[in-house]
Design a protein around this ligand. Structure first.
Ligand SMILES: [Ca+2]
Length: 395
């Protein structure tokens, strides 16, 4: 006992502060332009590379990746780090270069994974590029396609690619497009469409450029794809792992009436298309297989927005009252909400920012190494310029 108590005190002193609980207050936020002199075209993601605290990598939907120097905030342009505009098909509003993820051991192996749409035939590709040590940039000739998924229509291509705390690669794929999920992908575990998938890119198995993790939920189940991690998702455009709880938060874009936020779990079925949000979906397939659907942790109707952009749980140091709040936005209306979850559930979402005097359409959130959050915007028109913002203060 004599040695136990001081040890306890020591452990408590070093434990991270616990989340204050789902009912704790959520502050309003203030946003400030990042790189105000810079004009970007359809920025869809902003992220940092392991070991590079100074660089901010920004994806332009047409197929360019720029590296911006955070120590040169008045710069007028970024350095083109990778240009795959020739490989990318960005004809449709939801087509193009959609997401990128650095391998957790990127500093050693130089691997970076890009998710984009391509044409002839219309498809989504997940491709690995390797950074050339001499130039510090990915070599186009190093491209290795890991996965190709046929896309029946131009819309609903997902998609976020990212690594989980387990070292596995996760990718969200939309239901294939059109409306009402006409081919029934959402509920079909034999298709990769309408899913979040999980693969092991550090190993390969016969016939694949990756391996199937043994604990994926459909391993060994006939008529299914073993890559599937979660199903019943219409079009998860943005998802992120909370570095505090390890949970995967996704924003699933709705069709007629409801936008939703989900905590995406192993084997979870999120209801599309028998359900949209927490509601029965009138256009759903009759006779859809009975299943236990997981309800969203938050939803909003189409009077408040029409296309959800999933964000991040704030885990930065600079804004203590925002710690533990999951932030997400509506792309078209520009509203930003905050939401707190704890072990027993989630509280009600609170509007933390409303568009006034700007035309920002939020395409994406990004999390910096220090936990601070940035946002990518299209500035009022879908073809026009875009901008970067950071969450600067709370009120
Ligand atoms: Ca759902």
């Amino acid at each position: 006992m004599k040695t136990f108590l001081p040890l306890c005190a020591l452990l408590l002193a070093f434990a991270p502060p616990a989340d204050p609980g789902r009912q704790a207050a959520i502050p309003r936020i203030r946003l400030t332009r990042l790189f105000p002199q810079m004009e970007l075209l359809r920025p869809v993601q902003a992220l940092q590379a392991p070991g590079d605290d100074r660089g901010l990598f920004v994806l332009e939907q047409a197929g360019r990746v720029l590296r911006l120097d955070l120590q040169s905030p008045q710069a007028t342009e970024g350095v083109t780090w990778l240009d795959i505009r020739k490989q990318v098909n960005d004809q449709g509003n939801e087509e193009g270069l959609l997401s990128m993820a650095f391998h957790p051991k990127h500093r050693e192996n130089g691997f970076v994974y890009l998710y984009y749409t391509a044409s002839r035939p219309r498809r989504s590709e997940l491709t690995r590029f390797t950074v050339d040590k001499a130039t510090g940039r990915p070599d186009i000739a190093s491209a290795k396609v890991l996965l190709e998924v046929g896309q029946p229509y131009a819309n609903h291509n997902g998609g976020t690619v990212l690594f989980g705390p387990d070292g596995m690669l996760y990718l969200s794929l939309g239901d294939g497009g059109a409306a009402n999920d006409p081919q029934g992908h959402g509920q079909n575990p034999g298709s990769l469409l309408g899913k979040v998938i999980r693969i092991d890119v550090d190993r390969e198995e016969a016939g694949k450029a990756y391996a199937i993790p043994k604990d994926n939920p459909f391993v060994g189940v006939q008529g299914t794809r073993p890559e599937v991690w979660a199903l019943g998702l219409r079009n998860v455009w943005r998802m992120s792992f909370d570095r505090g709880s390890g949970r995967l938060f996704g924003g699933d874009v709705g069709q007629n009436a409801w936008e939703e936020i989900d905590i995406i779990e192993r084997g979870g079925n999120y209801g599309w298309n028998p359900r949209e949000g927490r509601h029965e979906f009138a256009g759903g397939k009759p006779g859809a297989a009975p299943a236990r659907f997981i309800d969203p942790i938050a939803e909003y109707g189409h009077s408040e927005g029409v296309s959800v952009t999933g964000g991040f749980v704030y885990r930065g140091e600079r804004l203590p009252t925002l710690r533990g709040v999951y932030l997400y936005a509506d792309y078209a209306f520009g509203t930003i909400w905050g939401l707190r979850c704890d072990a027993s559930g989630c509280g009600d979402p609170v509007v933390v920012w409303r568009r006034q005097g700007t035309r920002s359409m939020w395409s994406s959130f990004g999390e910096l190494h220090d936990g601070e959050l940035v946002l990518c915007a299209f500035d009022g028109t879908e073809s026009g310029p875009g901008s970067l913002w950071r969450i600067d203060a709370t009120e």
